[in-house]
Ligand binder design. Structure first.
Ligand code: GRF
Length: 217
């Protein structure tokens, strides 16, 4: 096995996906290490979890930059300083411009709380409930300049129950996010992913499952 991959994680808030990743790394389920957690908001609670674990954190304060491009350039420099192998957008709630996305092309992934291509953008749970869909879920994908569109690494579906409101559905999806993000990062760190156009292939995968459960890694 090669060197543990260096991972940078970008967050905007609570950081439960970050926590799930850190637990998986601590438990030896991912051959990687988080070198830094970055946020555009100093008050992102996830930064505190990272600090408690002794992980370096950096705030690139969005308010300190006059334009989106200037912010993206500063954020890109802060990320690139660690030369990460992988950049994980884990609840990072800013749309990134084409320049920074291209800078980390093929090594930047995002977790989105919906089964793309359904429900890109915001308020996914509310929209899924309003449409009366029976299944909802999450997607991990490589980031490309078009928002929530890049090649899909994995998806995990959860049922929508008649009793659901936005909070209960969000909680069910979030649990699925934690497992899916762990899988995706483990596969990336083990060099098991290859991308051709929109298609991501997982090397040495078990036979495709017949149900809608996510494939085993
Ligand atoms: C997650 O649902 C993520 O998919 C969405 O924002 C939420 C962030 O949660 N974009 P957390 O900060 O990882 O707890």
């Amino acid at each position: 096995m090669g060197n543990a991959k260096k991972i940078s994680v970008l967050i905007s808030g609570r950081g439960s996906n970050l926590e799930a990743l850190l637990e998986a790394i601590d438990a030896g389920r991912i051959h990687g290490r988080v070198v830094r957690v970055l946020s555009q908001r100093a008050d992102a609670a996830g930064l505190r979890h990272a600090e408690k674990r002794g992980i370096l954190t950096t705030v690139v304060d969005v308010k300190a930059y006059p334009t989106r491009d200037a912010f993206d350039a500063a954020l890109g420099d802060a990320v690139a300083a660690d030369a990460p192998d992988l950049v994980v957008l884990a609840g990072f709630m800013r749309v990134l411009g084409a320049a920074i996305v291209q800078r980390f092309a093929g090594r930047m992934i995002n977790i989105h709380p919906a089964l793309l291509p359904s429900y890109p953008g915001l308020h996914t749970h509310q929209r899924a409930l309003a449409d009366g869909v029976k299944w909802h879920g999450c997607t991990v994908h490589f980031v490309t300049p078009e928002v929530d569109v890049g090649p899909f690494i994995g998806q995990s579906a959860v049922p929508v129950l008649p009793s659901d409101d936005e909070a209960t559905l969000a909680a069910r999806v979030l649990e699925a996010e934690h497992r899916l993000l762990e899988d995706a990062v483990r596969w990336f760190c083990a060099d098991r992913l290859s991308v051709e156009g929109q298609m991501v292939t997982l090397r040495d995968a078990l036979p495709a499952p017949v149900s809608c459960q996510q494939p085993q890694g």
